[in-house]
Design a protein around this ligand. Structure first.
Ligand code: PMP
Length: 472
């Protein structure tokens, strides 16, 4: 009997009729970040503080503090020693560049330079490109930048290059005051065949906006700017200071030329920032800083200096050895805290698989997104509270910036502090955006979240805000 014959016989005999209802399979729960496990690694979590100034700097887990102690018996400088201690610390220092490269999906450590912070990394790009700007060129940046990604370009065009007799314009793209979105039509208008560089934030530290980097890349590519290497298109620099802590970053997929971020916002202690740049750019540009350690061994004479191989050409002077090691280990620890693997990545030099980085950061990013959605909804429901930037249900930085009608933002932040809620008020170095929004004084109050922020933190923060503004 054919299969169909069997079915019709069963139907006739009623054995398949009425058709048995299949119980709908429960949707598999998407994996969630275990925030309690994450928090158990941080000392602040037992203090009652509601740490909501994470956009400024993140808390450091116990393991990273311990790491400094663990490194102390074998403390040494890098690159110039013959001792076992020196060779070992050099290896750990250099391997840290591999971990950072994997974190960003950069092709190799040759594309990674370390500086003190995002600000210095962006300045490094400015000084490296200084000699390459031609008279009549321009730089395009935006009104939603942190001052770190505006002031260097202002200084280049208004102060430095004019002294060298070159005119270079700094153009600034608007944003929509209602939605907080970058005005891409305005960007496309400002970018032209003299635009050497487009500099844009990956995620705003005030509005929370994440500009569409793929579309911006296309606009930069189509500018018609003639580069020295015969290719056409403008360079693209992304300030990823607010992107790195809670997002998957893939410099290949983003197709960026430069990307900068600070480790003190990604769990590590203060003092290390990263510049990713395409290898040919680093190969071809002049370094930002000159001196020891960045030169090819023995290749210094009064008439000729040759520079070290990448990335060390961009590492003049004794580097922040412990800071760089701790920073790379912070990335490994973040993967451990998010994924709880059988064998930890922290404290090892095992090559970190890129897939683990992506899984860990996907968990972190969906966690902070749910916190931010909840926070925005609470904020929007409080009478007299004006929230800036995109609303809930869009991908944005994990923060809420707001003003309270008739109240000084600094005074609101101080009142929140009485409830142990650590808001931050001021212009957050996003001075251009505050002035553009005509905020007078140019200040807002900001609550910002991290991978270790709990829903209870958000609840406590907004309950406190409701009390402070008299909505409770
Ligand atoms: N860009 C953005 C978007 C930032 O949020 C910050 C830090 N507030 C910076 C740049 C500057 O970072 P740093 O102070 O570490 O140089």
């Amino acid at each position: 009997m054919s299969h169909y014959g069997y079915v019709s016989e069963q139907l006739l005999t009623g054995r398949l009729w009425p058709p048995r209802r299949r119980r709908p399979k429960p949707e598999p729960e998407p994996p969630r970040l275990d925030v309690d496990r994450m928090r158990s690694h941080f000392d602040f979590a037992g203090t009652g503080r509601v740490v909501t100034n994470n956009a400024a700097t993140s808390q450091t887990p116990r393991e990273l503090i311990e790491l400094f102690r663990e490194l102390s018996p074998r403390y040494e400088s890098v690159h110039r020693g013959q001792s076992t201690a020196s060779r070992r610390i050099t290896e750990e220092f250099e391997e840290s560049f591999d971990t950072i490269a994997t974190w960003l999906n950069a092709p190799s450590r040759r594309c990674i330079a370390t500086y003190r912070n995002t600000t210095e990394a962006i300045n490094a790009v400015m000084y490296s490109l200084l000699t390459e700007f031609r008279d009549g060129d321009n730089v395009v940046t935006t009104l939603m930048e942190h001052n770190s990604n505006f002031v260097p370009w202002y200084a280049l065009s208004r102060e430095i290059l004019p002294r060298l007799g070159r005119r270079v314009e700094c153009r600034v793209v608007r944003f929509d005051h209602e939605t907080g979105e970058l005005d891409l039509d305005h960007l496309a208008e400002l970018v032209d065949d003299r635009t050497k560089l487009v500099c844009v934030t990956g995620a705003s530290n005030f509005l929370g906006t994440k500009p569409p980097l793929h579309r911006i890349r296309r606009i930069a590519d189509e500018s018609g700017y003639r580069r020295g290497d015969g290719r056409s298109g403008s360079l693209l620099l992304v300030d990823a200071a607010q992107l790195a802590p809670t997002s998957v970053i893939d410099v290949i997929a983003l197709d960026v030329d430069y990307l900068a971020f600070s480790f003190h916002k990604v769990l590590a202690p203060f003092g290390v920032g990263v510049l990713y740049a395409r290898e040919p750019l680093l190969q071809g540009s002049l370094p930002f800083l000159y001196g020891g350690d960045m030169i090819a061994e023995g290749r210094v004479s009064p008439d000729l200096v040759e520079y070290g191989d990448l990335p060390w050409k961009y590492a003049a002077g004794t580097p922040n050895v412990l800071g760089v090691i701790a920073s790379a280990q912070a990335l490994r620890l973040l993967v451990d805290l998010a994924l709880d693997p059988d064998e930890p990545w922290f404290g090892t030099a095992r090559p970190l698989p890129r897939t683990h980085v992506e899984s860990a950061m996907t968990l972190v990013s969906s966690h902070v997104r749910s916190l931010t959605d909840a926070a925005l909804r609470r904020a929007l429901a409080i009478p007299g509270v004006q929230v800036y930037g995109p609303g809930p249900d869009v991908s944005r930085s994990p923060l809420v910036a707001f003003t309270v009608r008739g109240r000084d933002s600094r005074q609101v932040a101080s009142a929140l502090d009485e409830h142990r809620v650590e808001a931050r008020a001021g212009c957050h170095c996003a001075t251009l955006a505050h002035l553009d929004l005509k905020l007078n004084p140019p200040a807002s109050c900001r609550l910002s979240f991290a991978a270790y922020t709990s829903h209870e933190d958000v609840d406590r923060a907004f309950t406190a805000l409701e009390r402070v503004v008299g909505a409770r």
